[in-house]
Design a protein around this ligand. Structure first.
Ligand SMILES: [Zn+2]
Length: 277
């Protein structure tokens, strides 16, 4: 029984100086691969799915599978609803057993962002779950849609949002981006340092697919405790299937196993970096 609130994982990691990987999953192969990596490394993990992915992975089907995988894992696992866009879906995720939600109202002015985050906080508290909010904008959405213009987080707004809402984690925009990077990302560590000095809660780095290992470690040593990885896993699973299909004889179940292994390899690699060992 190790389905835990996200806050518990993050506070322990922050104290002990490592990062917790938050891995997006879309199907059973990815869930199995993620849990296999976490159990093998004996490290805590966050399994997550973003609201924009639900047309492909309906919440009422994938949520019970994610929660069961967490409950039966030999390591602590939080199940997180990533980039929640409306209160109805956030409530649904909590009803299905998620132990953490993100409310993404970052496109709105800070006052509106705070107002909506406060509302979500109230609901989430009834479930004993955790809340992540975002300050600043990453540009494109999880699924590649939306405006590519980025707005870096303003550390003063990070402080204001924390003081007004008491969220458990805050996602920053410091030059990180969803999807694969077209050019090597240049992270603004001054913003990270300033935000980390102003708020006591763990900070979150979205857009982990393509950030260098030294930058991951630098971020973790300066206040980032949760790191989201999605695209790199989706790509690893797709590539594993394509590689398998080059065989002369193929069958569905061996392909499924190859896909699980693709997710496992990618997630394990990231978890090893985030462990800071
Ligand atoms: Zn994100």
């Amino acid at each position: 029984m190790s389905l835990v609130p996200m806050k518990d994982l993050l506070l322990k990691a922050e104290k002990e100086g490592y990062g917790v990987g938050a891995f997006s999953v879309a199907d059973m192969e990815m869930i199995l691969g993620a849990v296999k990596a976490a159990e093998e490394l004996q490290l805590p993990m966050i399994l997550q799915i973003a609201q924009v992915r639900l047309p492909y992975s309906p919440l009422d089907k994938i949520a019970p599978m994610m929660a069961a995988a967490a409950r039966n894992a030999s390591v602590p696992v939080a199940v997180h609803f990533d980039h929640g866009l409306d209160i109805e879906m956030i409530q649904k995720a909590l009803d299905l057993g998620f132990t953490s939600v993100m409310i993404d109202a970052s496109k709105l002015p800070i006052d509106e962002n705070i107002r909506i985050t406060k509302e979500v906080r109230k609901i989430v508290d009834r479930y004993g779950a955790s809340v992540e909010a975002e300050v600043g904008q990453l540009g494109v959405s999880e699924d590649g849609s939306g405006d590519a213009s980025k707005i870096h987080s303003d550390p003063k707004e990070v402080k204001l949002l924390y003081e007004e809402t008491g969220v458990d984690a805050i996602a920053l925009s410091i030059g990180n981006q969803h999807g694969f990077y077209k050019a090597a990302p240049v992270l603004n560590f001054d913003i990270l340092d300033e935000a980390n000095d102003l708020v006591p809660v763990p900070l979150v780095l979205h857009g982990g697919s393509g950030i260098s290992d030294p930058d991951f470690r630098k971020c973790i040593s300066r206040g980032i405790t949760k790191i989201n990885v999605a695209t790199a896993t989706f790509c690893a699973v797709k590539d594993a299937a394509a590689e398998y299909l080059k065989n002369e004889k193929t069958d569905y179940f061996s392909m499924s196993d190859a896909m699980m292994h693709g997710a496992y390899e990618n997630i394990k690699r990231h978890m090893q970096v985030f462990s800071m060992k």
